[in-house]
Design a protein around this ligand. Structure first.
Ligand SMILES: [Zn+2]
Length: 415
């Protein structure tokens, strides 16, 4: 099935804009195709955004833990609620999370959570692309079982072009060193993303060192955890030597500026990371700590934070921050996403240029980063298929919200 999208302004790889025709065959952009022609005059087409760190199902916890520190947030509010979640809850929570992402122009996600089959199903039902990394921890005796299930899940969906599995050792404070090592060793049998939280809060480094006599990053490097397909979430407390090591090993750092700021965890060293050659992408983290799932917001806030911190309006230039929200993620993912060249996956966002946030067209990159209004997103395509067109074409949006409200009340009644 071919599509021809004509007359739209297209964001090119070199960050210029050109009115050109996009030809799509099956799930990819190609050089030329005959097919159904759609006139997108007055619209801008840009690559779909990539959210490299999220827990979609946690939309069920939006607003439940406000104005508390990370420790209380996690142990007093989030973990007790997660204990009460059923597979059905995670399905509906993830469905709402993915819908929110798509409405904000996100076409690829990297999720870490449990009930992986439910997350997978939610992503497939919406039609969004992504990695479902089962969250792994051995704080109880079920660690081994979880890893076995994660591996089964990965094998089952290995050939799925839209949604694949990955490894999600939660963090060094929820996985023992032996368990973390076992996960990394297992992951070497698969060329799929491995993602974990690292040095998210100021206490994490000291706690790990005190308990284990070794620095977190040193330990992770000793077990080969920093591979090309490793996505490190947060890293707010990474130092220059550690960034240099991560750059050398080729891992990706997912910068989550809003979640880090909201939980009072600080500002990740992104200026240094970029100078030292680390591949940086953007993540929303969950709706419980953000509270929205919007990479356009992360682009703006992420750039502003670095500039404010260093009193320098020249760092994180427009091209750099847009790459962090789109093409940089490709390095760590098994998907050809992030640019609109021939051969790439047809994952794209159609933006209405007749929106106050997009005029005048003096500097379109600045409009995308600094004045963007998500209401200007008209359509979203993933893998050559329109999934959003002012409303969801794949699910009944109204019914989903009803089911979500019901699930939310049920979770609360179990507390
Ligand atoms: Zn997280």
């Amino acid at each position: 099935m071919s599509k021809v999208l004509k007359n739209a302004l297209v964001l090119k790889n070199d960050f210029s804009f050109e009115k050109r025709t996009l030809y799509i065959e099956n799930d990819r952009i190609i050089d030329f195709a005959m097919g159904e022609v759609e006139d997108l005059d007055g619209m801008l087409i840009m690559p779909g955004l990539v959210n490299t760190h999220t827990h979609a199902g946690m939309t069920l916890f939006r607003g439940v833990a406000e104005d508390v520190d990370l420790n209380d947030w996690l142990f007093k509010y989030i973990f007790p609620r997660e204990d009460k979640l059923t597979e059905k809850d995670v399905y509906i929570g993830s469905l709402v999370g993915f819908m929110e992402m798509v409405k904000h122009g996100i076409t690829t996600f990297v999720d870490m959570y449990f009930y992986e089959d439910a997350i997978y199903q939610a992503a497939k039902d919406i039609g969004i692309r992504g990695i479902v990394a089962r969250g792994l921890a051995d704080t109880d005796e079920k660690g081994e079982k979880k890893l076995r299930l994660a591996e089964e899940f990965i094998k089952k969906h290995r050939d799925d072009d839209l949604v694949k599995g990955g490894f999600g050792p939660h963090a060094l404070y929820t996985c023992s060193m032996d368990y973390f090592k076992e996960i990394i060793e297992t992951s070497k049998n698969y060329d799929l993303p491995v993602t974990f939280h690292l040095l998210e809060s100021p206490d994490e480094r000291a706690n790990f060192k005190r308990e284990n006599g070794i620095e977190s990053v040193e330990f992770l490097d000793s077990i080969g955890a920093f591979e090309k397909n490793t996505i490190i979430a947060h890293g707010t407390d990474l130092n220059d030597d550690e960034l240099r090591l991560i750059s050398k090993r080729g891992s990706t750092l997912s910068y989550n500026p809003i979640s880090n700021a909201k939980l009072g965890n600080g500002i990740a060293p992104i200026k240094a990371a970029i100078e030292l050659g680390v591949n940086v992408t953007l993540g929303t983290d969950s709706a419980a700590s953000n509270n929205s799932l919007n990479i356009f917001s992360e682009m703006k806030f992420g750039a502003l934070l670095q500039r404010a911190k260093f009193h320098d309006p020249k760092i994180l230039k427009l091209e750099e921050i847009i790459k962090m929200g789109t093409s940089n993620a490709k390095k760590s993912l098994p998907f050809d996403v992030g640019t609109l060249e021939s051969g790439m996956l047809a994952d794209l966002v159609v933006i209405d240029l007749n929106n106050f946030s997009m005029v005048p067209m003096e500097n379109m990159l600045a409009n995308i980063v600094y004045s963007f209004d998500a209401a200007s997103i008209k359509r979203v395509m993933v893998g050559g298929k329109w999934i959003y067109d002012g409303e969801f074409l794949t699910v009944d949006g109204k019914k989903v919200i009803e089911d979500f409200e019901k699930a939310y009340s049920e979770v609360n009644s179990r507390l």
